[in-house]
Design a protein around this ligand. Sequence first.
Ligand code: A3P
Length: 274
Amino acid sequence: LEQDQFSEKFHPVGTKRRFPQCIIFGVRKCGTRALLEFIGLHPQVQNAEHEMHFFDEDEKYNLGLEWYRKQMPYSYPEQITVEKSPRYFITEKVPERISIMNSTIKLIVVLRNPTTRVLSDYTQVYYNKLAKGVTFQKIEELVIDPYTGEINTDYKAVRISIYHHHFERWLRVFKREQILIVDGDNLILDPVSEIKHVESFLGLEHYITQDNFYFNKTRGFFCKKQGSMEKCLGATKGRPHPGTHPSVIRKLNKFFKPHNEKLFKMINRTFKWS
Ligand code: A3P
């Protein structure tokens, strides 16, 4: 039997596929996979393994909500199903579509220093191109507009990092209290403290502790530990970023500063991004 048919036939008694009660909706390259994997250590959480892209891709959305529910993992009644698709954050139609499914759903977004996010985004695309044997522009050529010498706001990686532009759309549809913001920079340094906020937000007992993690020196990141099982995130997570001229970093920081201020006001929280 194929994996899907197998689980369809032999799922544990008392479990069924349920709509997610929580969605991690972004932001790409801010630590969304780490967050999903880490909160999935909680016995009362069931993760959808793959990114669903149900609400952002019309072909999938048109298949209907029942189709979406059937993509979810089996769960017990007391468990919370969580799915993550980072592109939801930037896709216009998504907040409205999610609210049609469930207007009181819990939403989580991971944010990270927007400049670091640009570098991480560039790195991801760079490696993807490299794998296909395609040469790729230097980061400076993409980030800086060659005519003005200013930040190129047509570069998608820059646009995604202007968080308040996107966040505004979410706050038009959902209440601020429905959205938990996870600090992606701190998630790297101290996953347990961020996960504790998530547990509280989801109304779960605190279960995940330092014992669920160990620091992997080779990777330079925390990895999961569950009994005798140790597991780091995939090799595409936590790769070194390309060396970038300090003047470009300064320009990015300066560019994002007023945008960050707008976001902080909007979300009623500040971050030490500079
Ligand atoms: P980099 O690869 O640029 O370092 P996403 O899953 O949303 O694509 O985010 C990827 C980022 O998650 C990585 O960006 C990495 O910095 C961050 N991350 C956070 N915690 C991590 C962990 N424990 N292991 C690996 N990467 C982690």
